[in-house]
Write a protein that binds this ligand. Structure first.
Ligand code: NAD
Length: 390
């Protein structure tokens, strides 16, 4: 693993604005990017929660005209991203503003690139396939989970729903990420739990990837500590502002690590399962977290023992296998605390799908290559069977 003073590359969004109330800076950031109208890309849930109105009011206060496209779909299929690209062409905005959870932000980021690169969203799946920058985007997260606002990744469900695939490119980063934790205050408890677990997975997975460096481990460790302390509080009481602020910050830190160190088989499996079972990304990650981490503790206890410190395991627990196991126990406790399902049956997966899910996961070579443990097809199928639960 690269040390702090070794060679490394670090990418992030050029301007990151953080803090409760920072939405009032939005007009300045829009004007800095371009004059002209703004297209807000969002979903109907955000309209109903009153979040879209808050943002368009803020833009109006700065005399900026905004149009709203609220058709973004959860876990966006490629066809929905193509529809968003068409809306951008019609409105011809100076800035595309992605407002929402990862679904709306990812939709906006890919669609803005489809408009300038041509073709369909599906054509640009893969690493550095995009040829040129998109229409400038600003991303405003309303969940504390994905960190899409600070990653060069954006995810879509394939047309045959066999998997989710990612557009990975420096052109996916928005120009500005504006993170106002107040926008997460209205997130319902079950979505707070799922999105918060996504943050936890980003931090835990990126901490042990093959691309992890000491530089990426620092924000990942910070995110792990904050999530363990504040996610249960945010789930129990959505009006706990300190917990909301801390979770938005944890999400950002995990995002810095995720964007530069990547993720492993937890996300790989969750994409194949989520696409088929149509379940939220955070829920899919939560079900996949424990089997992958148990396997890692068995195969690579030294690496997993390094997670024990950030997970708050006492120094009194000594010995590599013991510390690796204690790290897994902390994760089991968190999954239990936030009240999300821990078995595949509970989330609507059918046992007959498991070999296909395992095969689809292994076809995601980027994630497989980044994983510290690399099970074969049969072993991965057995791993899934172990959390199927009759
Ligand atoms: P989401 O965007 O699908 O939102 C889930 C639900 O929460 C929606 O119904 C939405 O209306 C509602 N919601 C959001 N904010 C709200 C608020 N403030 N008040 C009330 N309701 C609110 O969920 P998500 O987990 O944030 O995003 C998931 C997507 O992000 C998936 O497609 C996943 O693959 C992707 N993702 C992307 C990255 C990345 O690096 N780009 C990383 C992780 C996940």
């Amino acid at each position: 693993m690269a040390n702090l003073l070794d060679r490394w590359t670090y990418r992030t969004t050029p301007t990151v604005v953080f803090g409760r109330g920072c939405l009032d800076e939005l007009p300045d950031h829009v004007r800095r990017i371009g004059d002209g109208r703004v297209l807000v890309v969002t979903d109907k849930g955000l309209v109903e929660a009153g979040v879209v109105q808050r943002v368009t009011d803020e833009l109006a206060r700065g005399s900026i005209h905004a149009e709203v496209w609220d058709e973004a779909e959860p876990e966006p299929p490629t066809v929905s991203v193509d529809a968003c690209a068409e809306a951008i062409r019609q409105v011809n905005p100076a800035v595309v503003l992605g407002l929402g959870g990862g679904s709306a932000m990812d939709t906006s980021q890919i669609a803005a690139c489809v408009v300038t690169n041509g073709g369909k969203a599906e054509d640009w799946i893969g690493v550095e396939v995009l040829r040129q920058p998109g229409i400038p985007t600003i991303s405003i997260p309303t969940t504390a989970g994905t960190a899409s606002e600070v990653t060069g990744n954006a995810v879509m469900v394939l047309p045959d729903r066999s998997n989710k695939m990612t557009v990975v490119s420096p052109y996916i980063y928005p120009r500005t990420a504006l993170i106002d934790p107040a926008l997460t205050d209205s997130v319902p408890s079950h979505i707070t739990a799922a999105t918060g677990m996504d943050t936890f997975c980003h931090a835990a997975e990126s901490f042990i990837t093959r691309r992890a460096t000491q530089h990426t481990r620092q924000p990942a460790a910070d995110a792990l500590r904050r999530t363990l302390e504040f996610l249960p509080r945010a789930v129990a009481d959505g009006s706990d502002r300190e917990a909301r602020d801390q979770m938005s910050y944890a999400c950002l830190q995990a995002g810095y690590s995720l964007a530069n160190a990547g993720v492993i088989l937890v996300h790989g499996l969750a994409h194949a399962i989520g696409a088929r079972a149509r379940i939220p990304h955070g829920v899919a990650n939560t079900v996949c977290l424990l089997p992958v981490m148990r396997l890692a503790a068995e195969r690579n206890p030294t690496l997993m023992a390094e997670l024990a410190g950030p997970l708050g395991v006492s120094a009194d627990v000594t010995g590599v296998p013991q510390r690796a196991q204690a790290a897994v126990t902390v994760m089991e406790r968190l999954v239990d605390q936030v009240g999300l399902p821990a078995t595949l049956r509970e989330v609507g997966v059918e046992r007959a799908w498991l070999p296909d899910v395992a095969a689809a996961t292994l076809s995601n070579t980027r994630v497989v290559h980044n994983s510290p443990v690399q099970p074969g097809l049969d072993e991965l199928t057995d791993l899934l069977d172990g959390v199927f639960a009759d």
